[in-house]
Design a protein around this ligand. Structure first.
Ligand SMILES: [Zn+2]
Length: 168
């Protein structure tokens, strides 16, 4: 997570994400947001595209991927993460704090999307198979303590906000 924060600082873009393969402990993709040119290029969608460009589906299936992101993913990015079947997501600044700082579009929490997703590797479909639903088995982790405080500060600067986040 510290690497994600350092990348955000060096890229001068608070919204930044990296993907790590836990089986090798190596960074496989990293990106900051590029929404000035393309509103769909949030840090998460941008880093997922880099992952797709670099690795085949077969290669990705052999990885154990964790996505680290400075901010709790928005509904679009949560959906994209689900489609890529990445089941471990770690973030620093949560959406209620982003909303307090000045984010205007979404305050919806990421777990709302993940909780309502179905495991994409399953051939079963909730409509076709009634109760045979495999839920998306995800881990969504919010960083706390100093690293969250550092990240919150980064977003305060990003939004030019003097509002303090209750979590630090
Ligand atoms: Zn997003």
């Amino acid at each position: 997570m510290l690497h994600t924060l350092q990348l955000a600082r060096s890229n001068k873009e608070a919204f930044t994400a990296i993907i790590v393969d836990r089986s090798t402990n190596k960074i496989v993709a990293e990106s900051s947001a590029n929404y000035h040119n393309n509103p769909l290029q949030h840090s998460e969608t941008a880093v997922l595209e880099k992952l797709i460009e670099k690795y085949t589906v077969k290669q990705r299936l052999n990885m154990s991927l964790t996505l680290y992101t400075t901010a709790e993913p928005c509904p679009m990015c949560s959906g994209a993460i689900t489609w890529l079947n990445i089941t471990e997501i770690v973030y620093c600044t949560n959406r209620p704090c982003l909303y307090l700082f000045g984010e205007t579009l979404f305050s919806m929490r990421a777990n709302t999307i993940f909780h309502n997703a179905y495991k994409t590797s399953s051939k079963k479909h909730p409509i076709d198979h009634g109760l045979s639903i495999n839920t998306y088995n995800y881990r969504l982790i919010e960083m706390t303590g100093d690293i969250q405080k550092m990240c919150n500060k980064l977003f305060q600067q990003h939004y030019n906000s003097t509002v303090r986040c209750p979590s630090g």
